[in-house]
Design a protein around this ligand. Structure first.
Ligand SMILES: [Ca+2]
Ligand SMILES: [Ca+2]
Ligand SMILES: [Ca+2]
Length: 499
């Protein structure tokens, strides 16, 4: 336990493929009758279709495996679990909303404190958020937990390495999943056992914090891959019970633990869980500890505590610079300290979640001290139609002024909305510089927007300006980082959230 806290009284929802509610190391924490199976409309979301692993069952264990004589111990070993098998359903919008706090019966998601979203999309081009999805998140942070707001934790993505002209840059960006560009989310990146970014963890300015997610946990003698990240440690958690199903089953060729060695004779646990899918429940578990320590905290108080207490890791990580036709361009910045004293990195957000420090701060934290959450609305440029120089560090820049707004003096998040015509948007790098001089890269060059044409009202979010005063001139800089295709910055807009 962390300072004696175990997540007592906190309900966490695993919005996923399923949840084995009778599992020997989960059952004690499962809310009786509180889960939901969208396929057969019962309160048992145990996954009977999958035979090679139930993602949700493994997510659930990281949050709340019980402190007992079997298995492991979750981050919050007395937190209460609900499972909603949205990912195994037809994924209708109604089921999405029902899973994320918008339903009081069949399922009841309205009593959930923290939602675990170990999922996301990896589009090859810009996608707009569905307005009804955005409305549900806003409703959840506004109305749930008696108006203090539920917490939404979301996986950043596992697409750092992909099919794109990568030069050490993240192929997928956390900003590509439009759900990640909402200030209502806590987007989590993954860290491995060496205490640095896991090989796969997508980068992006929408990340809030990072947490352990592990690598692949394979045993080289069984699975091969000696000396690669494939054999570095993964996460140990609950698995579909029995040796005929699950990531752990007799026929598994990933590790001896997974194929039923003496330590795991009944194949109820796995040691190959990984991903930002794992970093997400680790973060959820810490939030459960925080909310037990101080139930009066608002959703923003919790985000604030996580940011302030996160531990800077990989401090010496160098910026990733790319030689373009004219000069070297800093495509991915190193750790940056903003004018409010907050350190940020696109791989880690504010750093790795620090359970002890976060819970310790929560105990004595005065709830509601961030005041009223509001925003400036989108402030738009006129039509610009600026041609972006090809393969050049010069790019195009454009200023926009955020007027002095008494209700938004402290930044909590910044969105931009961009319109760019371009024949290959993977070329584009988009940076934003605040009035206080902080630079954040919201889209890096040479990413997986391969073959995509035009960014149309694409919204991107940065947390890098957290705590700064937004008043003054903001500058967007758009660079084309690959030769051949070209385009034009049509216009852009900025929206600041804060208090
Ligand atoms: Ca246990
Ligand atoms: Ca199994
Ligand atoms: Ca180009």
């Amino acid at each position: 336990s962390t300072l004696g806290f175990t997540g007592n009284g906190v309900i966490a929802a695993v919005v996923d493929t399923g949840l084995e509610i009778a599992h020997e190391d989960l059952a004690a924490n499962v809310v009786a009758g509180g889960s939901w199976n969208f396929i057969n409309t019962t309160t048992d979301p145990t996954n009977t279709a999958a035979t090679t692993g139930d993602h949700g069952t493994s997510v659930g264990g990281l949050i709340a495996m019980a402190r007992n004589t079997v298995g492991g111990i979750g981050v919050a070993p007395t937190a209460r679990l609900k499972g909603f098998n949205f990912l195994s359903s037809n994924q209708s919008q109604q089921f999405f909303i029902d899973s994320l706090g918008g339903s009081t019966a069949s399922p009841n998601s309205s009593d959930v404190f923290v939602f675990n979203q170990s999922f996301g999309i990896s589009p090859p081009g810009d996608v707009l958020i569905d307005p009804l999805d955005e409305a549900q998140y806003l409703s959840g942070v506004t109305n749930l937990r008696g108006g203090k707001g539920a917490l939404y934790v979301k996986a950043a993505g596992n697409g750092f390495n992909g099919i794109c002209p990568s030069t050490g840059l993240s192929c997928e960006n956390a900003n590509m999943d439009p759900s990640n560009t909402l200030p209502y989310q806590i987007v989590a990146g993954a860290v491995n056992a060496d205490g640095i970014k896991a090989s796969y963890s997508s980068a992006g300015s929408a990340i809030w914090v990072s947490a352990p997610g592990g690598e692949f946990g394979h045993n080289a003698a069984l699975a091969g891959g000696a000396g690669t990240v494939g054999v570095e440690p993964a996460m140990v958690t609950t698995d579909q019970s029995g040796c005929t199903v699950g990531y752990s089953r007799t026929t598994a060729n990933t590790s001896f633990f997974n194929n039923g060695s003496a330590q795991n004779a009944n194949c109820r646990y796995t040691n190959t869980m990984n991903g930002t899918s794992s970093a997400t429940p680790m973060t959820v578990g810490v939030i459960a500890l925080i909310l037990e320590a101080n139930p009066a905290l608002t959703w923003r108080d919790v985000k604030h505590i996580l940011a302030l207490t996160a531990r800077q890791i990989d401090a010496g990580r160098l910026a990733v610079s790319v030689a373009l036709s004219d000069a070297v361009y800093v495509a991915e910045p190193a750790w940056t300290m903003n004018a409010a004293g907050r350190r940020f990195h696109n791989w880690y957000g504010f750093g790795m979640v620090n359970a002890f420090a976060a819970v310790n701060m929560a105990r004595t934290y005065t709830p509601g001290q961030l005041g009223t959450f509001t925003d400036t609305g989108f402030i738009s440029s006129p039509a610009l139609n600026l041609a972006i120089p090809d393969n050049s560090s010069v790019g195009v820049t454009n200023p926009l002024t955020v007027p002095n707004t008494p209700s938004v003096q402290v930044i909590e998040a910044v969105q931009i909305r961009v319109n760019i015509t371009h024949t290959f948007t993977g070329d584009l790098g988009i940076a934003l510089i605040s009035p206080m001089g902080t630079r954040s890269v919201l889209k890096n060059i040479a990413d997986q927007f391969a073959g995509d044409q035009d960014l149309t009202n694409m919204v991107l979010l940065s947390n890098a300006f957290y705590g700064e005063n937004p008043t003054g001139t903001w500058t967007i800089k758009v660079v084309d980082g690959l030769a051949m295709d070209t385009g034009t910055l049509t216009n852009w807009a900025i929206r600041v959230y804060g208090h």
